[in-house]
Design a protein around this ligand. Structure first.
Ligand SMILES: CC(C)(COP(=O)(O)OP(=O)(O)OC[C@H]1O[C@@H](n2cnc3c(N)ncnc32)[C@H](O)[C@@H]1OP(=O)(O)O)[C@@H](O)C(=O)NCCC(=O)NCCS
Length: 280
């Protein structure tokens, strides 16, 4: 089978959605993020084509700290095991080389032996294990609790405060299942994007928002200091933005935060996620 990996074109969208629907029927979002992924000039939305048919999709993304994030790799069941995933990884290495990227990362469900094995075949190693939690919100949320927290708009302050969270989060903070290494560059960008808030009275920090699809979920990436107060503010923010749920991923070993989330009605995901990395 002759398989070509190439940059996606706009008219590939129906093929991409077909591939996604067959490979991850329970997780479909490429239709919602297609324009954003397609327009990404530093990264690349790539497709695999065989005999004029789209038989795979993947996205190479460059994060604010200039590491690469490999995401949305999908090959439909009837084409799996034929080397398409490996061809995408070869493409990732080409793109990383061209952009002088020094670290590439991806995540997968802890039980996805194929995805993990494929990454390991290309030299990726485990960098952490994380557990996701969700809190569905009632349609008519009482919108109170917004006082106390203030936005951090200064990039240098954002860089400093986020960097201090590195250890507690085992190096990574997560938004839309994108695992960002905790770096000053990320703190600076999130301050500019309005994703950082502090409560001076309690010394609490909240990194919250969405990388994409802000209407679907509010993602907490960091919650430190007074966590009850942080959660109260997150609920208020979700209510004012009319978002139907809050999500938060934490290190799988962070039992203290897990207990607080459970008390507040958060439900754990049915599986843990692992983040894998390859230094170049
Ligand atoms: C994961 C996925 C992208 C792999 O694509 P693929 O085209 O089937 O993969 P390839 O045929 O190119 O590569 C298979 C490689 O995976 C690895 N692999 C496959 N099964 C494995 C297993 N049971 N244990 C360990 N490694 C395994 C091997 O390295 C294998 O290469 P090799 O046989 O030459 O050693 C595909 O299965 C898929 O789309 N799955 C559903 C969506 C998904 O899980 N996406 C990824 C992360 S969310």
């Amino acid at each position: 089978m002759d398989i070509q990996i190439r940059k996606a074109r706009r008219d590939d969208l129906p093929g991409i959605l077909r591939v996604e629907g067959k490979s991850t029927p329970g997780l479909r979002y490429l239709g919602s993020v297609f324009e954003e992924f397609f327009a990404d000039k530093l990264g690349e939305l790539s497709v695999a084509e065989a005999g004029g048919e789209i038989v795979g999709v993947a996205k190479f993304t460059v994060l604010p700290d200039r590491t690469a994030w490999l995401e949305a790799l999908r090959v439909p069941p009837e084409f799996q095991g034929k080397g398409i995933g490996k061809k995408f990884y070869e493409r990732f290495f080409e793109l990383a080389n061209a952009r002088k990227i020094k670290v590439m990362r991806m995540y997968t469900n802890i039980g996805n032996t194929t995805s993990k094995g494929l990454a390991e075949r290309f030299g990726f190693v485990l960098a952490g294990t994380f557990r996701g939690f969700s809190l569905p919100l009632p349609a008519e949320l009482t919108v109170t609790g917004g006082d106390g927290f203030l936005p951090i708009t200064d990039a240098a302050r954002g860089a400093e405060l986020l960097s201090a969270e590195r250890q507690a989060h085992q190096g990574f903070v997560i938004m839309n299942r994108t695992f960002y290494e905790v770096t000053p560059a990320l703190g600076a960008v999130w301050a500019k994007e309005g994703k950082l808030f502090e409560e001076p009275q309690t010394g609490s920090l909240l990194a919250v928002g969405a990388r994409f699809m802000p209407e679907a979920s509010l993602h907490i990436a960091v919650m430190s200091g007074d966590k009850a107060s942080g959660l109260c503010f997150a609920r208020w923010l979700a209510g004012t933005r009319r978002v139907p749920k809050i999500q938060f991923m934490i290190p799988a070993t962070d039992a203290a935060t897990e207990a607080i989330l459970s008390d507040q009605g958060f439900v754990p995901d049915s599986y843990d996620c692992i983040v894998m990395e390859r230094r170049l």
